[in-house]
Write a protein that binds this ligand. Structure first.
Ligand SMILES: Nc1ncnc2c1ncn2[C@@H]1O[C@H](COP(=O)(O)OP(=O)(O)OP(=O)(O)O)[C@@H](O)[C@H]1O
Ligand SMILES: [Mg+2]
Length: 592
């Protein structure tokens, strides 16, 4: 019963006919599945401990407001019982509820076999796994719903009246009527509103998912746009939410997978303090609880996580969880591309990649690679990007990228996102556009802790001491405020007003783009690369573009193409020593 099997925590409540709870039991490892008997009845099976309970479905209600958090309530009015489900893998829960509801609706349409007929029947008794949903099932339910809506609209007294009014050629009444129907169609009532993820994983993504579901500590890598974050979202949907920490090295990347930053999950500040101090920080009750509850730690954009920080995390996890296994026994699901942005360097210290840490050697069991690029479809462009990724710039790459300088990529008044490598360039461009706005300028002056250090603060902080804004100005957050709400560093908005009572508070409309574009896909992008200073920086910027037509490189030069030799060596070793589980080894090793 693998397909329809749903393992979760459930509270079973037996209800009296007057609606009072008669009996209530909680089961941590309950397992639900769906089956059919010889009469084609839909049967809900509930396994708790060694007991199996069977419910033949006739009618049901589902509350699924928190389905994305892995929670739902199933009410069976017949046997007067309700199940409160929690900690379900969200994607599985959605699929399970959808299957149960759809199969039951299809059966209702066909009609139930009466108890009398069943008694007379000589069919052999069977109970078998329910078949997966088919297009026909979905179509049937869709038609039933449409009919129901039509009926309720035509035969309610109100509906009849409106019809009359329409017949009498009253155009004014026709408009709201049509609008009402259209709205109803868009927002159908009942459980059928559940939306299923329509896209499927490709073969290599499925292989990673299956390694993860086997409980392995997996690192999966791949070029930009091979669907690493896409796959992570599916992995998150397949794991129990209460025990899964979805994190990423940056706020914007965390936002893409609906998670939080690795730093905020870890609760050890910057992680630069001595280990004892980090452990002390992690011993705060709330942080400890997070570490203890976590069974699966997901990290996206691992290339930007510092190796020393990773070692500290591993140590803290073991101490807090009082478990000597790597990361205190937490399953690691890590992804990223080390040929993209490296960790932020710590002054003069040499930067340390995560794969150079002791914790990495200890913890990672399986390395896998996604090779099919999904962001771009043009083979020539993909080839150009692969060369840039490896730090190569043969003539055809040079010529192709130089030629993009002539592209006109501004379409339908939508400004291309401009990616810059340096803050001064950003300031200059922003001031130019700000001056073009008609409204009165408004200034916001910072309060610095020590005015004597104003210059240093200006240098270290991304926020100017004096901020100028006008109505209609494009603004961007430079600090994570609330990752869950999308208020992350790089979230973009437009100033739509200044709150009168509260000087200095901005009203936001959230759009999304970013300062650090790693992880993003952009339709139209304009790039200046002449001042690139980091390995992988050009590759990250260029690989955001979906197509060559939507890309404009203002000043392409071979010198901006660089790949870190240590990363190349790491990938080369992975392939040569056949550590990559799903690659054609020699073929790939030749690349590095
Ligand atoms: N199996 C799939 N089916 C359909 N679309 C997919 C699939 N996998 C990935 N994509 C699409 O490909 C694009 C790139 O995916 P994604 O952003 O996850 O790549 P990535 O490997 O994380 O890239 P980066 O390294 O830049 O972060 C997205 O638009 C995503 O929706
Ligand atoms: Mg990504």
């Amino acid at each position: 019963m693998e397909l329809n099997n749903l393992v979760c925590t459930t509270t079973v409540e037996e209800i009296t006919s007057s609606g009072n709870v008669m009996k209530k039991t909680v089961h941590r490892d309950a397992s639900f599945s769906l089956a059919r008997n010889e009469f084609n009845d839909v049967i809900l099976l509930l396994n708790i401990g060694k007991k199996e309970l069977r419910y033949t479905l006739r009618d049901l209600k589902i509350h699924k407001k928190f389905v994305r958090d892995g929670k739902a309530t199933i009410i069976l009015p017949g046997p007067h019982v309700q199940f409160m489900l929690s900690n379900c893998p969200p994607d599985r829960l959605i699929m399970f509820l959808k299957t149960m509801h759809t199969k039951l609706e299809c059966l209702k349409k066909k009609g139930f076999i009466s108890e009398r007929q069943k008694l007379k029947s000589e069919l052999p008794r069977i109970i078998q796994e329910i078949s997966p949903l088919t297009m026909k099932d979905l179509q049937t339910v869709h038609e039933m719903r449409a009919k129901k809506m039509e009926k309720s609209d035509l035969f309610t007294p109100k509906g009849k009246k409106k019809r009359k009014e329409m017949d009498s050629d009253d155009k004014e009444n026709m408009v709201p009527r049509q609008a009402k129907i259209a709205r109803k169609l868009l927002v159908p009532a009942g459980p059928s509103k559940l939306v299923l993820a329509p896209v499927s994983l490709n073969k290599e993504q499925n292989e990673v998912l299956s390694a993860v579901m086997q409980g392995k500590n997996v690192f999966f890598t791949g070029s930009a746009g091979t669907g690493k974050s896409f796959l992570l979202r599916r992995i998150i949907g397949a794991l129990p939410p209460q025990h899964t920490a979805a994190t990423a090295s940056t706020g914007i990347a965390a936002c893409h997978i609906g998670g939080t930053t690795l730093h905020s999950f870890a609760g050890i500040g910057s992680g630069r303090a001595p280990l004892e101090q980090c452990i002390e920080l992690a011993s705060r009750p709330q942080v400890t609880q997070q570490w203890k509850r976590c069974h699966h730690l997901i990290i996206d954009e691992i290339s930007m996580v510092d190796g020393d920080f990773f070692d500290k995390l591993e140590n803290v996890a073991r101490v807090i969880r009082q478990n000597d296994r790597p990361f205190g026994g937490i399953q690691l699901i890590i992804c990223g591309d080390f040929l993209q942005l490296p960790p932020v360097s710590k002054g003069k210290e040499k930067k340390k990649f995560c794969f150079q840490s002791k914790a990495w050697q200890k913890a990672i069991e399986i390395n896998m690679e996604l090779k099919e690029v999904r962001r771009q479809s043009d083979k020539h462009f993909i080839n150009v990007l692969q060369n840039i990724r490896l730090g190569r710039c043969p003539d055809f790459v040079y010529n192709t990228l130089r030629a993009t300088a002539l592209n006109n990529i501004q379409k339908h008044d939508i400004l291309a996102t401009r990616l810059c490598t340096h803050k001064e360039d950003v300031d200059h461009i922003n001031q130019f556009h700000l001056n073009k706005l008609a409204g009165e300028p408004r200034f916001f002056i910072s309060t610095d802790t020590d005015p004597a250090y104003e210059k240093q603060i200006d240098f270290l902080s991304p926020v100017p001491g004096k901020l100028e804004l006008r109505l209609g100005a494009q603004v961007m957050l430079v600090k994570n405020l609330d990752v869950q709400q999308g208020l992350v560093s790089g979230a973009r908005g437009v100033v739509v007003g200044f709150d009168k009572g509260n000087e200095g508070i901005l009203t936001w409309i959230i759009g999304i783009t970013q300062i650090n574009p790693q992880g993003m896909t952009l339709d139209c992008v304009e790039i200046s690369l002449s001042r690139v200073f980091e390995c992988g920086q050009s590759y990250v910027a260029l690989s955001r573009a979906k197509s060559l037509e939507g890309l404009r490189v203002l000043d392409f030069d071979q010198r901006c193409v660089r790949a870190d030799p240590e990363v190349l060596h790491f990938y080369y070793k992975l392939h040569m020593h056949q550590k990559m589980q799903n690659t054609d080894m020699m073929d790939i090793a030749k690349q590095y």
